[in-house]
Design a protein around this ligand. Structure first.
Ligand code: DI6
Ligand code: FE
Length: 401
């Protein structure tokens, strides 16, 4: 059965621009879009169900392409410490930071992790997200990384959202490998990644390339293993310092390099050549009170595609609204609302390797879209959070919340 969605305007985001269609219509069949264009030109569909969208603006379903939604515990105490002047690096060096979330995540049951992650994910969904990436990386041993990735898979089965799993075993050094980072990387490559991939728990592989995490040489070992397993790679790079991890990511045809405040123009040139998406995370920039801006001019000059994500995590970005991140991308990074929306739709889809099927509204693509009760597309980046009245359609079916 086909459905005709009409009485709406569309920002299709094809080619990374609004690509506006006023007084539009969308025809879906099953989970896919079969026709989209001006309402006056809809081809005769015969018997069809019709839905009136009351003049709403329709965009692709939002895609949050970088999150750490699954974790145990709470770090608001560290937030208070940082407000007293203790730095993120100092907290990490004293055994807090990522290590404290690792302790809490290891101690949590799969059921508890699912319940807390579900509450957070529901916030994102209520904000129009239809696809989300979820990273592991707070387990740091095989059983705990498996537990996190199983919870992420379950979230995708039980909630109206497409979940992509990323294995971030190379997020931090677990305590049992203290001063033995090379050994931990070898364990990831010979034991953890092959086992988790064999259990179909991994869609992509990520690492944290940073002086307080892993070196480019260590990250490269992880990338080589991912390649042998047929998995695409991504990288947390140049968040706190410049190590040219983003150039390394580009050499390995990474889907994305993420954070990037300290990247150089040479890194941008390398990323453009490999069509690696720059995922910018204004929530982490804001929450850490970072002052070094990502090099927006170099990214634009060399045509690097830019995505925006929440980085939802307990330490550096407890962000539960992707639309709020669009606003921050405009205010803090001087992006336009149109660039920001492309960053949470078509460019985010590319950062997950899904641009052929998701991220824009075109015939043949998956029918994931949101009909927003707004006056202009820029309103999505204008309001600071809040709950905009909307209807969310996923796989051609309206979601209820
Ligand atoms: N960069 C981040 O911002 C998060 N991970 C990473 O590699 C922070 C994770 C945390 O502090 O818990
Ligand atoms: Fe992150």
């Amino acid at each position: 059965m086909k459905t005709l969605w009409q009485n709406c305007h569309v920002a299709s985001m094809a080619n990374g621009a609004y690509s506006i269609i006023e007084d539009a219509a969308i025809v879906t069949e099953g989970a896919h879009i079969v026709w989209i264009g001006p309402r006056a030109e809809v081809p005769d569909q015969g018997d069809i169900k019709t839905v009136d969208l009351n003049g709403a603006w329709v965009t692709p379903g939002l895609i949050d392409c970088h999150t750490h939604t699954v974790f145990g515990g709470n770090r608001s105490g560290e937030f208070e410490q940082r407000l007293q002047g203790v730095s993120y690096a100092e907290i990490a060096a004293a055994g807090g930071g990522i290590a404290s979330t690792v302790r809490a995540t290891r101690a949590a049951s799969e059921e508890d992790l699912f319940a807390s992650a579900k509450r957070r994910l529901q916030q994102l969904l209520k904000d129009g997200v239809t696809t989300v990436e979820i990273k592991s990386g707070y387990g740091l041993d095989l059983a705990s990384e498996r537990k996190m990735l199983r919870v992420a898979r379950q979230l995708g089965e039980q909630l109206p959202v497409t979940v992509r799993n990323t294995c971030l075993a190379a997020h931090a050094l677990p305590p049992e490998y203290k001063d033995r980072a090379d050994d931990y990387i070898a364990h990831i490559c010979s034991d953890m990644l092959p086992a988790l991939a064999a259990e179909n728990l991994v869609d992509a592989v990520d690492a944290f390339c940073e002086y307080l995490a892993f070196s480019t040489e260590q990250v490269e070992q992880v990338f080589i293993t991912a390649g042998q397993l047929g998995l695409p790679v991504k990288l947390h790079a140049e968040q706190l310092s410049s190590m040219h991890g983003s150039s390394l990511a580009a050499r390995y045809q990474a889907l994305s390099a993420d954070h990037l405040e300290f990247m150089t123009e040479e890194d941008a040139i390398a990323m453009a050549a490999s069509d690696t998406v720059a995922v910018l995370l204004p929530g982490a920039f804001y929450f850490l009170r970072e002052t070094q801006l990502p090099p927006m001019d170099a990214l634009r000059k060399h045509g690097v595609k830019i995505a925006i994500a929440t980085d939802l995590n307990p330490g550096t970005s407890p962000g539960l609204s992707l639309r709020l991140m669009l606003n921050m991308a405009c205010t803090l990074f001087r992006m336009t609302p149109e660039e920001a929306l492309a960053g949470a739709t078509i460019h985010a889809a590319q950062a997950l390797g899904m641009a052929d099927t998701h991220g824009s509204l075109e015939a043949g693509k998956v029918a994931d879209f949101v009909a927003w009760n707004i006056e202009r597309p820029a309103d999505l980046a204008y309001w600071l959070g809040g709950d905009i009245e909307k209807r969310v359609v996923r796989h051609g079916v309206e979601s209820t919340f």
